[in-house]
Design a protein around this ligand. Structure first.
Ligand code: RM4
Ligand code: MN
Ligand code: MN
Length: 424
C-alpha cells in the first residue's frame, strides 16, 4: 500500500496554522533552531524486518491482521512509515527469517520507497529444518567443533546476503549460555566464541563491521556467554578495529546505568550502535519511550556530548535501529511512536546548554547541573520535530494520518486478516 503525496499535503495543510503557532513559540527559546532542524532531518532510524508483524510470547500470538507475508510486503510497510515520518529510510534483515532471493530486484524495490539496507542479523538461536546440527547447547561457543563450524558458515552466508544488498555490518546476537551451574566451563565457552568470531571476522569485506550484541539472560538463565558490555568489549577488542559493541537497551539488569556504558564505549571508539526499545523488567521489547523516556534522554545527552567531542557525524557514525516486538499494538503505529520517541530524546539532548553544563560541573554546582539537563528535557520539542518532517516532505502528525487514512484496513483487505509474518 502506498500513500498518495496529496494525502500528506492535505493533512499538512489542515494542520499548518496550529503547527506554525506551536513551532514559533518553542523556536523562540532555542538558540540555533535551524541547526537542530537540519540534524533532525538527517537523523534516520532503521526498522527491523521482524518488527512489522505482531510478535508473540511463549504463551501465544494474537495476529493483528494485515501483517506483511513476504519481504516485499515488509519493505512496503517500512516505506509507508518512511513516507509518513521521513525518519526511517532503512531496513535491517534477519536471516533466515527474510532471505532476499533476488538482491537486485529487492534493492530496486526498496529504493522505490527511498529505502536502503542496514545491518544484517544472523540467527543461530533457532534450528532451521535444513541444518545438520542443533543449537540446543549453543552455537559459536559449542563444545563440538562441527556445530561451531556450521554457525560460522551461517554467519559468513549472512555477510554474503548483506554484501549483495549493500549492507555494511553484520550484527551477531547469540543465545549461547548455560542454564545450570556446572553445565559449562565459562572460560572455555568464551575462548571458543572468540575463536569462532575470528573466523567470521576474517570473512568481513574491508568496509564492513561486525557488531557484537550482549544480553544478560534469556533464553539461558544461569550464564550467557556474551552477557554484558564488558564481555562484548573484550571480544570486540580482541577481534580488531572492525568489531564493535552493540547496545540493546533492554539487555541490562534492572537499574543499570546505561548512559555510563554508552559514554565509555563511545570514548573507546567501540560503540557500534543501538537496538532501541523500552522495558520495565528485562528484554521486554516495548515501545521506545513508553516506560522511561528520561533515561533515553540521558543516554542521548552522553551520545551528543561524546560524538561532538570526537567530531563524529550524528546521523552516520553510529548504527541507530529499533529492536522491538509488538504484542498488543499495531506494529506500524508502535514503530511510528518509537521513532518519534527516539527523535524527541535526540532533539532534547541537542538543546542541552553544554558550555553551561561544563561550567556547573567545574564548579561542582550539582543543583545547576540538574537544572540545565531538565530545562532541555522538559522542553516540548515536538513542534520542532514536526517542522523537520514538514520540510522533509513527511506528515506533521504521522500517527494521526496513518489512522485517518484507515491504512490498516486497507492492508487487511490486501493481505487478509489471518496474515502472519516471519519473525519471533
Ligand atoms: C534478541 C536480540 C536480538 C534480536 C532477537 C530477535 O533478544 O535482541 O538483537 O535479533 O532478540
Ligand atoms: Mn537486539
Ligand atoms: Mn532482545
Amino acid at each position: 500500500m502506498e500513500l498518495g503525496k496529496h494525502l500528506i499535503e492535505e493533512h499538512n495543510q489542515s494542520l499548518l496554522n496550529t503547527h506554525k503557532r506551536k513551532f514559533d513559540f518553542v523556536a523562540e527559546g532555542v538558540s540555533d533552531v535551524e541547526g537542530v532542524i537540519k540534524k533532525l532531518i538527517d537523523f534516520q532510524i532503521a526498522i527491523p524486518s521482524w518488527a512489522l508483524g505482531t510478535g508473540g510470547t511463549r504463551f501465544g500470538r494474537f495476529s493483528g491482521g494485515g501483517e506483511p507475508r513476504s519481504l516485499e510486503e515488509k519493505i512496503a510497510d517500512v516505506g509507508l512509515i518512511h513516507a509518513l515520518n521521513k525518519s526511517s529510510n532503512s531496513i535491517s534483515l534477519h536471516i533466515p527469517w527474510d532471505i532476499p532471493e533476488n538482491a537486485t530486484e529487492i534493492k530496486a524495490y526498496a529504493s522505490h520507497f527511498g529505502l536502503h539496507f542496514d545491518a544484517v542479523n544472523s540467527n543461530t538461536f533457532q534450528d532451521q529444518p535444513s541444518q545438520a546440527h542443533s543449537y540446543k547447547y549453543g552455537s559459536l561457543h559449542h563444545v563440538d567443533k562441527a556445530v561451531r563450524q556450521q554457525a560460522i558458515e551461517h554467519n559468513i552466508e549472512v555477510i554474503k546476503y548483506g554484501a549483495e544488498l549493500d549492507s555494511k555490518a553484520l550484527s551477531v546476537w547469540l543465545s549461547d549460555g548455560s542454564n545450570f551451574p556446572g553445565q559449562l566451563n565459562m572460560r572455555g565457552a568464551f575462548e571458543r566464541t572468540l575463536d569462532s568470531l575470528q573466523h567470521i571476522y576474517e570473512a568481513l569485506p574491508n568496509d564492513w563491521k561486525v557488531w557484537v550484541e550482549y544480553k544478560p539472560y534469556e533464553p539461558n538463565f544461569y550464564s550467557t556467554t556474551i552477557g554484558d558490555w564488558g564481555q562484548s568489549y573484550l571480544l570486540s577488542s580482541k577481534l580488531g578495529e572492525k568489531a564493535q559493541t552493540l547496545v540493546d537497551l533492554g539487555h541490562h539488569l534492572g537499574s543499570t546505568n546505561i548512559e555510563q556504558i554508552v559514554s565509555l564505549l563511545l570514548m573507546e571508539g567501540k560503540l557500534a550502535g543501538f537496538h532501541f526499545n523500552d522495558s520495565k523488567y528485562g528484554d521486554d521489547d516495548l515501545t521506545v519511550g513508553s516506560i522511561n523516556p528520561y533515561q533515553l534522554f540521558l543516554i542521548f545527552n552522553e551520545l551528543v556530548e561524546g560524538m561532538d567531542a570526537r567530531g563524529m557525524n550524528h546521523a552516520t557514525a553510529i548504527g541507530w535501529m529499533i529492536d522491538a516486538s509488538h504484542n498488543v499494538k499495531d506494529p506500524i503505529e508502535d514503530l511510528l511512536q518509537s521513532v518519534e520517541a527516539i527523535k524527541i530524546a535526540y532533539a532534547q539532548a541537542l538543546l542541552v546548554d553544554q558550555p553551561a553544563l561544563v561550567q556547573a560541573q567545574q564548579d561542582n554546582d550539582v543543583v545547576q547541573a540538574q537544572e540545565i539537563l531538565q530545562q532541555a528535557y522538559r522542553t516540548d520539542v515536538r513542534p520542532i520535530l514536526a517542522e523537520a518532517r514538514l520540510r522533509a516532505g513527511g506528515a506533521i502528525q504521522p500517527l494521526a494520518l496513518f489512522r485517518g487514512t484507515a491504512a490498516r484496513n486497507q492492508l487487511i483487505q490486501e493481505r487478509g486478516l489471518k496474515a502472519v509474518s516471519t519473525g519471533l
